[in-house]
Design a protein around this ligand. Sequence first.
Ligand code: SF4
Length: 177
Amino acid sequence: MTGKPTLATTWLDGCSGCHMSFVDLDERLLELAEKVDLVYSPLVDHKDYPDWVDICLVEGAVSSEDDLAKILKLRAHTGTLVSFGDCAVTANVPGMRNPIGPTALLERAYLENATLNQRIPLDVVPALLPMARPVNRVVEVDVYLPGCPPSADLIYRVLTDLIEGRTPDTTGARFGR
Ligand code: SF4
């Protein structure tokens, strides 16, 4: 135990672009590493979510049964849960499939448009939920960090505020930027 707050980042139905923006913090990552312990993330080699994490950035919408199980578990084991990027905040790109419905979507992708191996993958791909939903439609969200992706500057500001015990002010942050 270092006494530092713990930080996790994760993705649900997203493109990983929000995490790429996190990496764009560049040398500020070293500064953050002095202030927090990154305990779970696609960027580190921890496989299991800890019993408790102080701050968690969640990228992506809740689109599949796996996403649903994951966000419920994270919520139960996280102090401050941050909707990280527009897909988490509004469903954004994953939400574009909502008017179509999962069955028609899968048929279009894996049957009608496939020239080889026309088969809907059922064994290894998590089952889709009827709709892709923003994170706050499934669990309580503490902080919204908009943007597609959020800028590295905004990520830095929000994380620094949270680590230092302030309520982040994302006034002026625009969806889709
Ligand atoms: S908000 Fe934009 S960058 Fe982030 S996961 Fe969604 S599409 Fe990708």
